[in-house]
Design a protein around this ligand. Sequence first.
Ligand code: GH3
Ligand code: MG
Ligand code: MG
Length: 457
Amino acid sequence: MPGGMAVPETMIPRVLCFTTPDDAERLASAILVKHEMVVAPTELLTPDFLRDRGPFQAVLIDADSTAITIRQIKKVVEKCRAGIPTLLHRRGRILNPDALVSALREFKINAGSVSEDASNGSRRHERTDPEKARHSILIVDDDPVMLKLISTILARDNYDVLTAENGVEALDVIRRNGVSIIVSDLDMPEMDGLDLCRKIRGDETFGVIYFVMVTAQSEKARLREAFDSGVDDFVPKPFDRDELLLRVRAGIRTVELERDLFRRKLEIQKYNADMAVLNARLEQLASTDELTGLLNRRQAMVKMSEFAELSSRYGIPLSCLVCDLDHFKKTNDTFGHAVGDRVLVKSAKAITKSIRATDIASRIGGEEFLVICPNTDLESARIIAERVRENVEKLVANQDNESAFTTVSIGVAQNNPSHQSPDLVIKEADDALYAAKAAGRNCVCTASGNIQHATVR
Ligand code: GH3
Ligand code: MG
Ligand code: MG
């Protein structure tokens, strides 16, 4: 506390203003509503006056006073309590408002306090009504008396009030604080009310803001322009206090509704996005085999039909391999189901590694895989099958110092015009697989009856 004065915490800060009655009105709007302003003519300034009428948290001195020099004033102030900030004002405008702000910040008030955003000069009246607390109202007016009048009315009705003197300052305040309602004058220097409104409507990052324009009778002709610029409502000057409050309340209802709609829209968008992800996941689950990540039987058959159709339409070859791990039951029985699973995963990888990017691998049964080879004749498919067989043979799954080896038998077939359905190609490959098993396993057999044994390598 400046000067070490013992001021009760709950006391309203008091500002002593040496000024003329005219400028007092202007100062009243510059100084915050919840501060007590003591006005006195400069001639009255004496240490006794300060002592008798004090304590004060700040003293405002008229920079243009002729009754007494500034130096004399400062001397008097310093004499009675060192540390109390003395600030200059000129025609009611405080020359260094930041100093006043910091002085008053030091003076902590409990409830219903006034704070000030020193950097942008806006004043915020904090309030206790939680309903109204959600909505800040920005008053924009270059006329300090009007600014004071409107902010006082709204602050007394427990609204959170911010102020700005023109459009440029208003945009700054909105960006810093966010506001729900703007009550703005029309004509202002730097940026008028219409430009301010257009700027806000033109930038959706400002969000939902209800714009009330305060207009004099003479400006009625510009109302149409105002509404075209995005103004929501207007209050004619001179305005009625109750009407202003009613319009602000209506504005808040509109803002709440619009924000609610916006929230719902976002929720629906999020829901749709979640659904899309879920559907994609479901689709993936429905089309892939959980253990190996390869396409499942159902999806493999869909692909097979698609390629068979292309094959017959364009006369391009299509082949497939049906691969079945050898004695896999024994692998499970010897090493357990978990090792069996690992062998299946490794085999799937070995198959994927052995085929071309355009070929499609799938798991169509427990230890049975189908490879679709589009645009591939029987001989090329047989070579691919042999590569698969070799790579599976190299696999080792270790368990407790024991190694599970595995081999695969493969049947290969090619689509031809006599095949009525893709199932028949698979059936031919299956028959070839049966022959491969019969021929001793770990070998490739084509539908034409060509058997290639591992031992032939
Ligand atoms: P063959 O050489 O004649 O093909 O003999 P096989 O033992 O491989 O064939 P069989 O059809 O007799 O046995 C297949 C085995 O595959 C039986 C079953 O327990 C096992 N199996 C099927 N699906 C899975 C699975 O998802 N995980 C594991 N670990 N084993 C499976
Ligand atoms: Mg088997
Ligand atoms: Mg089998």
